[in-house]
Every structure is written in C-alpha cells, then in structure tokens.
Write a protein that binds this ligand. Sequence first.
Ligand SMILES: *Cc1c(COP(=O)(O)O)cnc(C)c1O
Length: 382
Amino acid sequence: MAADRMTSELAGLLNSPEAARVGAVLVIDQDALVANWRAMAALASGAECAAVVKANGYGLGDVAVASALWQAGARSFFVADIEAGMRVKKALPASRTMVLHGVPAGTETDLTEQGLIPVLSSLAEIGRWGTHARHLGRQLPAFIHIDTGMNRLGLPPGELDRLCNDPENLLGGIDLQGWMSHLACADDPLNPFTAEQLRRVRAALARLPKAPVSLANSAGIFHGADYHFDLVRPGIALYGANPAPWLPNPMRPVVRLLARILQVRDVAPPDTVGYDATHRITAPGKVAALGMGYADGYPWSLAGKGMAMVGGHPAPLIGRVSMDLLTVDVTSVPDHQLQVGGWADIIGPHRDVDQVAKEAGTIGYEVLTRLGSRYHRIYVGG
Ligand SMILES: *Cc1c(COP(=O)(O)O)cnc(C)c1O
C-alpha cells in the first residue's frame, strides 16, 4: 500500500515543472526517515532520542529533516555550526538545538539571540560562555564535551582534571544541559576501544557534578543500554545507511537518486565513449547520456564501476564521469522502456548508499553529504 502510494506520488512529482528543469532529482522518503528515528528511539528506549542534522541533514536538507522528525516527536537537534543552527531554530523555535562547534570568540550574542545551545569543548570556551552569562545576568545553557580518546573535540584530560577539582567555580553561569562524549570506533563491534571509552566516561562522571549524559552516535546505540545514558545522538542511521555494518542493514532506505535520460544513441566498434576515450565499444549497442555528474556529488572514481537501472534493467556506467553527465550502456534495455526524458535510477533499490560508497572507495556518510546542492529535492511521504 505505502509503496504504491509512494510510486504514484513520486510519478506525479517527477512530472512537475520543477523536476523538468533539472537533470537529476533526489527523492527523500520522509516516512522512512521517521521510521528510522523511531527505530533508534525504540532501541534506546530509556533515553531521549535526538537527531543529528549537521551537514545540511547529511545532504537531505536540515530544515526539512528536522521538521519531519519534530512532527514525529524529536525535540533535540545537533548541528555543526551556528548558521545551520539558525536555520533549524527559525523553523522550529521550540526545539533544543545544539551547536557542536561550540562558541567561537565573538559568536556569544549570535548564539544567545537565536536561542542556540553550544557544546563546549575547552575550559576557555566554558569560561567564555560563563562570562557572557554574567554579562547578561542569567544562566546560559550548554553541553560540555569531554574527550575520551577521539582527540578531536572535547576537554582534554588535563582540563578535565581542573574542572573536576573546581566545578563550582569553573561552571559559574552555566545551565548544564549535559555531559557529552563521542565514540571513535563504534562501527567495529570487535574494537575494544569502545568499551575503554565507556570506562573513561564513567570515571569522569564519578568526579563531576550530576547532569544528563550523552555518548552514543548511531553505531553506539547498537552497543546496548550501557551506552545509551540519557540522550542518544543518531545521525547516519536516520538517513538509511547501515549504522551497524556487522548486521544486515536494519534501517529503511531514505534516498533515491534519479537522473534524466537526455539522449540515446547507437554505437558500434571502433567507437569510444567519453573523455579520454577510455571506454571502447566491443559490440554494437546503445549508450544513454544521463543529466548528472561529479558536480552533483557523484564520485568521479565511479568510472567503470557505477551501475544505473533503467526500467528494471541494469545499465552499467561506461567511460568517465563528467561534470554534468554520465554515460551508461543501455544495450539490454528494451526500446519501449528507453525514453528520452525518462529517468534512470542511480541510487535506489538496485544500489544503496553503502554499495555506491564501497564502489567509490568511500563511506556512506560522504556519498550522502556530497549529494550536492544542485539536485532538485523531492520529499515524499510525511
Ligand atoms: C556526527 C556526530 C554524531 C552522529 O554520528 P552518526 O555516526 O552519524 O550517528 C553524533 N555525535 C557527534 C559528536 C557527531 O559529530
């Protein structure tokens, strides 16, 4: 039922004037997005389930993603920078929106005027936020990020010691929303470093004032209740890539990428296809040009490896990936299913985000976040 509705809804949207103007469309299934958030919330049922919508909602549109999840009951969102936070907060004024990059000098007023909550990663930042709180004459909310081995952001051990020795003083002016840390290796269930980070979190908490705690990203949620604490922070799982690579993907696919068939031609030996004439035609056949390329975030490294699907028939990528074009071998596609102006699946049921990433030598996160700004985004469901 749902699939049927989505298909006819999608067919209508693909016929819209907006879709007609672009070479490729990114279809985002909001029902799947919401189902994935609910699945994460159910897995961490003792904790609040936030949503990480940094990098423009992993490429799917941060305001659209946050709004759909807000409707489903999500109340806390994490973004990377203040600009993204402003967008989310404007759309969802009652949300609790955290800025992972913290409070760079000079941004204090931006954060407070927008009602954004910084994640503080150093004593200097804690001091800066506390000073601003005194200046405004009120407590200011913040999370504090403790580094437990990632060595990226978060209080380093020496600063943590100083905080543990004098929390009253150093946390002056701060309305502490929670302690936070981040797992480095949660996507590898055999890596003992994950348990070591949990041990370090607990050791730190034993020496700090009581406050809610947040540790798990998507993969971390799969490590069980010990890792859930009070707030979980899934990102990638919401967007349908596999957060637990040791399991068959438990998430529903959220994106489908379709490219327009711009032209179809007959080819025969000794023809070649594309830049540098890298692909040689060895038998008579047909080639289609599709309206997207590496400028849309489709990896250049997929030359000779990618696979499109046309009318249910495989259409291997041949030749180089161009800036705005792909060339695919459509010899096996029957003529009645091969229409100029029609659509080819690039990411979809035949090739999910993780598979495309693997073929390109990257990770699903990068494929999703690079699904560029040029696509026309179509939201279905919701
Ligand atoms: C990106 C990020 C997350 C979400 O990670 P996923 O692996 O996408 O679930 C959570 N917490 C922090 C601090 C992050 O930077």
